[in-house]
Design a protein around this ligand. Structure first.
Ligand SMILES: O=C(O)CCC(=O)C(=O)O
Length: 224
């Protein structure tokens, strides 16, 4: 299968972005029994785990994001996903197009705004998504057997999609399974079409999902 290239495909896999030691320290730091981790994804991971805070200010990650976004970047969201035989799930084809802010902002093309768990969420226009980058850091190896991320390379170029457009692209696009080892990273545009299927293997599939952005929020607003 041809190698993915970020410029063209909107996604690529960076091999061994994290050292073995870093992977082990993150695994040790993230307490899998923490009530926070009962859900599939948790917010503000960087405020709860020291090792994730370190990743958020890691020079390698910041310069990778800064180079791909061509600007000053910061970490705006950190989530954790795990799949196990007890906590197994799938996500259908979708684009990530929501951000979280401390307060709503009157910005053209942003919305609808919703309040979930006290946090303001908004869908953002493609111009903002183009100033965002997702880096998914793998703590375990992953393939189709344990529900790796699958993507449709180049699908981000179609902008923010309606449901029927997603169905059309899924029908006609090339599906690429992001097979990765622990320490590898999937680097992608948030609005690239992606999904993941249930794991059929009795193992962890841990991913630290980091979103970086170079978008400058208006005064008084901060990423939540
Ligand atoms: O980690 C996964 O399997 C899927 C996560 C996902 O779909 C997302 O981050 O939007």
């Amino acid at each position: 299968m041809a190698k993915l290239e970020f410029e063209k495909d909107g996604v690529e896999i960076r091999r061994s972005l994290l050292s073995r030691d870093t992977v082990e320290s993150v695994k040790t730091d993230i307490d899998l029994n923490s009530p926070e981790l009962r859900k599939h994804g948790i917010r503000n991971l960087e405020k709860k785990f020291e090792s994730i805070a370190r990743l958020g200010s890691d020079d390698r990650l910041l310069s990778l994001a800064g180079n791909l976004l061509c600007g000053d970047v910061s970490l705006v969201r950190a989530l954790f996903f795990d799949k196990t035989p007890d906590k197994n799930w799938l996500v259908a084809w979708h684009q990530d197009k929501t951000v979280t802010l401390n307060a709503p902002a009157d910005l053209s093309g942003w919305g609808p705004w919703t309040l979930k768990d006290g946090v303001h969420h908004a869908q953002v226009p493609e111009s903002v998504l183009n100033q965002m980058l997702t880096i998914r850091l793998h703590l375990d190896s992953t393939d189709e057997g344990n529900g790796c991320l699958e993507v449709i390379p180049g699908s981000h170029e179609h902008g923010v999609l309606e449901r029927h457009e997603i169905a059309e692209l899924v029908g006609s696009g090339r599906v690429f399974p992001c097979v990765a080892d622990a320490g590898d990273a999937v680097v992608m545009r948030p609005h690239l079409l992606h999904r993941s299927q249930k794991s059929t293997q009795p193992s962890h599939r841990r991913v630290v999902h980091l979103e970086f952005s170079s978008f400058e929020l208006p005064a008084g607003r901060s990423w939540a």
